[in-house]
Design a protein around this ligand. Structure first.
Ligand SMILES: [Zn+2]
Length: 418
């Protein structure tokens, strides 16, 4: 056992990231782990507080000694230990008193947890685990605590235009409802579940004043979203997400491609079936992103396969509608609908019908000039995050990872200014 001189307790407090606490002794045990005995300053000991509400409460008992892991000091693992007295809160009952260096119910110091929360937004899963010697589930619990501390009211101030969507996790068995801010491109809120009751929680949190500020809501055609929006903020204009409309056309195009492929295959035209199958990505991609080879594939289709090429043009023209926006977009949409109706491609006739059904909401998005690029990009990143969050114990941990990465909630590294 090795004990160090603690003539400079404030220096030790700074090294351990527990500034504000008083370091009484520091020693290294046989396994090479550094353990510091600390205590809160006198004023905190005289006036202990409830960890839930922060109110000063009468002391209940001396509690027991507790240990928190701190950030490593160089190569050395470090812990701080302190007596944790208990208080009796009128509202919350008997609780371990609040300490300045750690969050409630945590076995890590605040500086340690903030480092974890910063790091998960910056590096790989295994990078975080190896560097900090943590299991992924523990990382999930830590970031949940960090995010729970953030004040949602501050995030939701001045929100005017929002997008609502659902994303699946756990291979499509479970869903999250997500709300994004069209103006900042940030993830505002997410919750486990995809139904009216789940989304209503968002409007409840926003409060009547916040709801009255919402001018515009974009979403897909789901009835549960519409119902919750109409009840939560009846004054807001509902828009159809262009992203979803275009995805109807992409799906229709894929259906046409499969039909054409099947017909060619059954007719024994192997070469032509193969060409259609190979064209999948060329048909999907935005024309600007096509490779030379893909351009050649499309040119060949335009000559040999009229129905499939027609389907491709229909998809592209629908994208063009949302790129044009405004009155020009609406006029193009009218022409598109007329074309879809007589195009003799069943999947597109169906898309035309769906668009007509949602025409008011689609016109609203064209009028308000809502671009979809931002939300679509955020959605893609969010999907990647849910995949990365695989292995967390709860949906709350996945949401925490989303809010840290895309909601601007990641704390600064301890000891640095923002
Ligand atoms: Zn309390």
């Amino acid at each position: 056992m090795m004990e160090w001189d603690v003539r400079k307790p404030s220096l030790w407090a700074r090294l351990l990231g527990v500034e504000g606490a008083i370091v009484e002794s520091v020693e290294m045990d046989r396994s090479g782990v550094l353990v510091a005995q600390i205590r809160p300053p006198a004023r905190e000991r005289r006036r202990p507080r409830c960890p839930d509400c922060g109110r000063v409460c009468p002391r209940y008992d001396a509690g027991r000694e507790r240990r928190w892991r701190a950030l490593d000091l160089g190569f050395v693992r470090a812990f701080v230990e302190a007596h944790a007295p208990r208080v009796r809160c009128a509202e919350h009952g008997v609780r371990t008193a609040k300490v300045s260096w750690a969050r409630h119910r945590s076995g890590f110091t605040r500086a340690f947890e903030d480092t974890v929360a910063w790091l998960v937004t910056q590096c790989s899963k295994s990078g975080v685990g190896e560097l900090l010697r943590l299991g992924w589930r523990t990382v999930g619990r830590i970031i949940e605590r960090v995010v729970a501390e953030a004040d949602p009211a501050a995030r939701l101030k001045n929100v005017r235009r929002i997008g609502i969507d659902e994303i699946s996790y756990r291979k499509g068995h479970r869903y999250l409802t997500v709300v994004v801010d069209h103006d900042t491109g940030k993830l505002l809120w997410a919750a486990n579940g995809h139904d009216e009751a789940t989304l209503s929680k968002f409007f409840e949190m926003l409060g009547p004043e916040g709801c009255a500020q919402i001018e515009l809501v974009s979403a897909d055609a789901a009835a549960w979203i519409r119902n919750a929006v109409r009840r939560g903020c009846p004054e807001a204009t509902l828009c159809m997400d262009p992203f979803h409309v275009v995805s109807w056309a992409t799906k229709a195009l894929d259906q046409v491609r499969r039909d054409v492929w099947n017909t060619a295959r059954k007719a024994g035209q192997r070469a032509s079936a193969k060409a259609v199958k190979g064209a999948r990505y060329a048909l999907w991609k935005n024309p600007d992103d096509l490779t030379l080879k893909q351009k050649a594939t499309l040119a060949a289709i335009s000559k040999t396969n009229r129905p499939l090429y027609r389907a491709y043009l229909l998809k592209e023209q629908l994208r063009q509608v949302f790129r044009l926006r405004g009155e020009a977009g609406k006029r193009l949409l009218d022409r598109w609908l007329a074309w879809a109706q007589r195009c003799r491609l069943k999947p597109f006739v169906k898309v035309g019908r769906s668009i007509k059904r949602m025409r008011t909401e689609i016109d609203a998005v064209l009028t308000h000039g809502l671009t979809n690029a931002r939300v679509e990009g955020l959605n893609t990143r969010l999907r990647l995050i849910t995949r990365r969050a695989f292995g967390f114990h709860s949906a709350e941990a996945i949401i925490a990872l989303g809010l840290l990465s895309l909601g601007g909630l990641a704390p600064c590294l301890p000891g640095r200014s923002p």
